[in-house]
Design a protein around this ligand. Structure first.
Ligand code: HEC
Length: 112
């Protein structure tokens, strides 16, 4: 009797962990917004132009980049480009998430 209760409790605990793991992994895989990613990763260099990074909000910095087209920018951001590290150090970023982060910086750097 005590034995089967122990097994039962153990199963509940395992089930609890399994659903927790599932919940956590689905959070990790939900696409993050460009703004969220910018604030978590890109901001480290793109806010102040570290190592020559095009500055957030600076149209003159971004204009020549924008002219390359988003696909080229995405490729450069993914593979790394001069002092720009691959994926902007967001190694678990998907292609769409990176594209969103680039678009967010462009959208906020096109009107001054
Ligand atoms: C460690 C610093 C650093 C971080 C972090 C960083 N960047 Fe950059 N990024 C740079 C630098 C430096 C350049 C300019 C490279 C050059 O043209 O010399 C650059 C350039 C770029 C360019 C222009 C590439 C081109 O082809 O002209 C894009 C797009 C870009 N970064 C996107 C991002 C995104 C998106 C993130 C965040 C996910 C990010 N960067 C995070 C340093 C960084």
């Amino acid at each position: 009797m005590t034995f089967s209760i122990a097994i039962f409790t153990q199963r509940i605990v395992i089930l609890g962990f399994a659903s927790l793991a599932l919940a956590l992994s689905s959070v990790a895989h939900a696409a993050r917004s460009g703004e969220t990613l910018y604030n978590s990763y890109c901001i480290a260099c793109h806010m102040n132009g570290v190592a020559g990074a095009p500055k957030f909000g600076n149209k003159a910095d971004w204009q020549p980049r924008v002219e390359k087209g988003i696909d080229t920018l995405l490729k450069d951001a993914t593979n790394g480009f001069k002092a720009m590290p691959p994926k902007g150090l967001c190694f678990d970023c998907s292609e769409n998430e990176l594209r969103g982060a680039i678009q967010y910086m462009i959208d906020n750097s096109s009107s001054n």
